[in-house]
Design a protein around this ligand. Structure first.
Ligand code: NAD
Ligand code: MG
Length: 385
């Protein structure tokens, strides 16, 4: 029995994690959970999974919950999330599952590493902002970090049993996002509703917008750099509309190994939760004959400038990826709240990268400060009312 400490239980990844738990009741026990605003959904989860500790976004929600669940330990705010991540256990097999969105996932990851708790990480922003520091900590505390992102799970599976020095390149596939068939000239006027309709995946709002701008792919390049210890130029992206080949690795003998499956996040989630075991799951088996065709196209940096900004930030290093992430979080939030148009997302990111003070070797605190100051400037400039 593995104990799970689940951050972001009510989100798209969080609920799919709980789906896997439900299907394997003797394998997992959920000890802590967090939710931000969806308190009704959290109440259902408390009744069903009976955690020992939960944390919510607001103090007032924690007070209301405590009245109904007098025996449950309850926290709130950023500190509550850290309590959920590091909740004490004497059990030998514990796993933090980080399914938060945005930089809110960073500090809980850091604190969990410091108590030597292994991590299944969906929250890609953690590695984007602070990948170097996270890698140092993982090494110092001898902690394992397993990716829950379909592309990185694919690469991880392709690399199984292979010598690192034989890796030639990683090939990350991209669906192309919601607007893959739109000309750039049509992007100026697209609405939030249109942007939220992803052709292949059903995901949280922020990552769906990140997919439409391809910033998500840029983040995945940065994530792959930190997870698999290759150079930026060894990480390529390619458009693959069908989202069936989740990524590939080319080796020094020019053999390319790919991982294919239906697009269903329960596969990478299950792979990370059960690792090193491979276990049956509810994901549909692929009918290759029915699929008939898999297509691959070049990605254009002109069409998707955010992907280019991500490579630039990765090559620049220091706090550049924290600037990239902060500007993107603020810009996507402004777009979702109808304060800016779609193409302003990329303008705002470029502006932040060009104007924010660069720090070569930032500490964790300097990365958090970079995040706060970049967001503050963007909200001051672009938030209406
Ligand atoms: P989501 O918006 O559906 O869920 C996010 C969760 O985080 C919710 O439980 C919410 O309550 C919580 N949350 C949000 N803001 C918070 C804050 N400030 N403080 C505390 N809690 C907060 O998002 P998602 O689609 O599940 O994505 C989660 C992470 O997984 C993201 O980093 C995303 O990039 C990554 N990811 C998602 C998918 C997917 O299919 N959804 C695939 C790959 C990677
Ligand atoms: Mg992905």
């Amino acid at each position: 029995m593995k104990e799970l400490y689940l951050l972001g239980a009510t989100g798209s990844i969080g609920t799919q994690v709980l789906d896997i738990v439900k299907q394997n009741p003797t394998e997992f026990k959920v000890i802590t959970m967090t939710a931000n605003h969806r308190i009704e959904a959290l109440r259902h989860l408390i009744d069903e999974f009976k955690p020992r500790f939960v944390s919510v976004g607001q103090e007032k929600d924690s007070i209301a919950l405590q009245k109904d669940y007098p025996n449950l330990a309850i926290g709130y705010g950023p500190n509550g999330i850290i309590q959920a991540a590091t909740y004490h256990s004497n059990h030998s097999d514990t796993l933090l599952v980080n399914a938060l969105v945005g930089i809110s996932g960073l500090m809980p990851t850091v604190e969990a590493i410091k108590i030597k708790r292994d991590i299944a990480l969906a929250n890609k922003e953690t590695l984007v902002v602070a990948g170097d520091i996270i890698n140092q900590l993982l090494q110092e505390y001898q902690v394992n970090l397993y990716p829950i992102d379909s592309e990185h799970s694919a690469i991880w599976q392709c690399l199984k049993g292979e010598a690192h020095k034989t890796i030639q390149r990683l090939i990350i596939t991209a669906s192309g996002g919601t607007f893959r068939d739109y000309l750039r000239s049509h992007l100026q006027t697209v609405t939030v509703e249109e942007a939220l309709k992803h052709p292949n995946w059903s995901m949280g709002n922020k990552i769906t917008i990140d997919s439409a701008t391809m910033m998500n792919k840029g983040f995945e390049v940065i994530e792959a750099y930190h997870l698999f210890h290759v150079l930026p130029h060894q990480i390529e992206t390619i458009i693959h509309r069908e989202s069936i080949v989740h990524s590939m690795v080319e080796f020094n003998d020019h053999s390319i190994i790919a991982q294919l499956s239906d697009h269903d996040m329960r596969l990478p989630i299950s792979y990370a939760l059960f690792y090193p075991k491979r276990v049956s799951n509810p994901v549909r088996s692929l009918n290759l004959v029915k699929l008939a065709k898999l297509s691959f196209e070049e990605v254009s940096f002109d069409r998707y400038p955010c992907l280019n900004y991500a490579y630039q930030a990765l090559n620049k290093g220091g706090n550049a990826c924290a600037i990239l992430n902060a500007a993107n979080e603020a810009a996507v939030d402004l777009f979702l709240n109808r304060q800016i148009d779609f193409l302003s997302i990329e303008t705002i990111i470029k502006e932040a990268l060009d104007t924010t003070t660069w720090i070569e070797k930032p500490t964790l605190m300097q990365l958090m400060d970079t995040d706060a100051s970049v967001k503050k400037i963007i909200y001051q400039r672009y938030k209406k009312g």
